[in-house]
Structures are given as C-alpha cells and as structure tokens.
Design a protein around this ligand. Structure first.
Ligand code: DGP
Length: 139
C-alpha cells in the first residue's frame, strides 16, 4: 500500500485540520489523541511520510523516539501516572487505523482499566487543559 498523502495525520501536520498540539520541532509533531484511552494520551509523529514501521526512515525514527521520551516524562509528571505505555501498531490486523507512522504515549494508573482503543471522542476543551499541563511539564 502506498503512503496516502491525504491521511488524517498528514492533514494535521499540514495544518489542514485542527489538533491540540503539545510539542513540535523540525522533525516531529506531538498532539493529543482525540479518542484517548486514558487522560493525557498523546501521539508523536514524524514529519516525513511513512505509513508504518516498515516504511520509516531510521533518522526520522530516532527523532520520534527522542520526542517520545521527552513527552513520556512530561506526561508522567503532569498526570502523576504510575506507568507509561508506549504503543505502535502496524497494519489493520495489528489495530492500525491511521496510516501515518505514530507512537501512542498512554499514561497508566494502578488498578484503572484503559478505555477502548479508537473509542469515544474527548471534548476539545478537556484536551486543551491536558495539553497545557503537559506543555508545562516539558523541560
Ligand atoms: P492507530 O490505531 O494506532 O492507527 O490509532 C489512531 C489513533 O488516532 C486512535 O487512538 C484515535 C486517534 N485519532 C483518529 N483520528 C484522529 C484525529 O482526527 N485527531 C486526533 N488527534 N486523533 C485521532
């Protein structure tokens, strides 16, 4: 399958549809997942075109890892999470639904089950509030 330039994350990257942005540098963008599995669920994407892990340039992958580590620290601090789960799906059979490579940063809390993957949409106002907490916790 060829990379679809009109996928929803490409549109976010190019400012064609809105997203609650948490962090941006020259190689990566991080924004709130609109269907969070827990409060603070954040996504990190490369600015290069890559459908999935198999398609990912390693330099872009290193940049995504660097941003993911920074974001994971900030999310953990901002939400007082007991743990941080990192997910990354490749192919529909693995649960991938948006075909621009992305890493999920999902805060986990002892004894609290996750909401469904790609489940209910969160209010933008709530996501804005959570993003502000994460931005504040970023180094
Ligand atoms: P995956 O299954 O790994 O491809 O997950 C895609 C994630 O993206 C899923 O958790 C829901 C989220 N998502 C889907 N559409 C949008 C959108 O338009 N904006 C944002 N911020 N997140 C989205």
């Amino acid at each position: 399958m060829a990379y679809d330039k009109d996928n929803i994350f490409a549109k976010i990257l190019h400012g064609e549809i809105p997203a609650v942005i948490v962090y941006e540098d020259d190689q990566t963008l991080a924004f709130m997942d609109v269907m969070p599995q827990s409060p603070g669920h954040t996504l990190v994407i490369p600015k290069t075109e890559a459908e999935d892990l198999f398609d990912l340039d390693l330099e872009a992958g290193a940049a995504v890892l660097r941003t993911s580590q920074r974001l994971a620290r900030a999310v953990q601090e901002a939400f007082g999470a007991d743990g941080i789960m990192i997910n990354q799906f490749n192919g529909p059979a693995a649960g991938q639904s948006v075909f621009h490579y992305h890493v999920h940063i999902v805060p986990r809390f002892d004894g609290v089950p996750l909401r469904r993957h790609s489940g209910d949409m969160e209010d933008t106002a709530v996501l804005e509030e959570q993003a502000a907490k994460i931005r504040q916790a970023l180094d």
